[in-house]
Design a protein around this ligand. Structure first.
Ligand SMILES: N[C@@H](CCC(=O)N[C@@H](CS)C(=O)NCC(=O)O)C(=O)O
Length: 211
């Protein structure tokens, strides 16, 4: 098969797609979209994602372009059968936790990252608001993972969707998760997967980045 074209950058949302591609074993080719330099606003990139964000994949054999990381994970699972929900119940629960990630985990931690680390003006009340919301969201995951090893059934796309943001919380945003023992166990378990370690290295950049 022809390689999947992956347009990405060194960020949690990008890592979802690269980890999933590593999990599937599909051949893929990486295109660096330097969002710090504004590549995501280039007209050629906007034809792939009108929302000017990474990640995006193009599957030349199926003539499909997919943006939004959750849609990419569902597409690749469906394409390969890897990490695919096995029953109707798992399918719905996977959709639920994938949307929870997109609506709560990513936006909350993303805003916290922005206001706590990147913003030149540090506004205590805004940082405190997102710190509180981050603790709430992490608590939701922790209580869920107290009941089962992974978010849905065996390790699956809901975990791939969520793990890179917990990694960013720990490694980049300075949000420790030690107080959340079930989340910590899940985080450490998934961190050991070779596909996850490889996916985190994508894309290789020639210089250090904050994101
Ligand atoms: N909901 C989107 C979020 C993607 C996203 O926020 N990507 C960021 C990098 S992590 C981006 O490309 N930002 C560039 C910009 O906003 O201009 C997804 O899950 O794919």
């Amino acid at each position: 098969m022809n390689p999947i074209e992956l347009y990405t950058y060194q960020t949690p949302n990008g890592h979802k797609a690269s980890i999933m591609l590593e999990e599937t074993g599909l051949p893929y080719r990486v295109h660096v979209i330097d969002i710090e330099a504004g590549d995501q606003h280039r007209p050629d990139f906007l034809t792939l994602n009108p929302n000017n964000k990474i990640p995006v994949i193009v599957d030349p054999d199926r003539q499909r372009t997919v943006f939004e990381s959750g849609a990419i994970l569902f597409y690749l699972a469906d394409r390969t059968g890897v990490l695919q929900p096995r029953t109707d119940d798992e399918q719905l629960t996977t959709l639920q936790w994938t949307l929870f990630q997109a609506a709560h985990v990513g936006p909350t931690l993303g805003q916290l990252w922005n206001f706590k680390i990147f913003a030149t003006e540090k506004i205590p009340s805004v940082i405190a608001r997102f710190e509180r919301e981050a603790q709430r969201v992490l608590g939701v995951l922790d209580r869920t993972l107290a009941q089962r090893a992974y978010l849905v059934g065996d390790y699956g796309i809901a975990d791939v969707m969520t793990w890179p943001w917990i990694h960013a919380a720990v490694a980049k945003i300075g949000v420790p998760i030690d107080a959340f023992s079930h989340l910590s166990r899940w985080y450490a378990d998934i961190a050991q997967r070779p596909a996850v370690r490889r996916g985190l290295e994508v894309p290789r950049l020639s210089h250090e980045h904050a994101a």
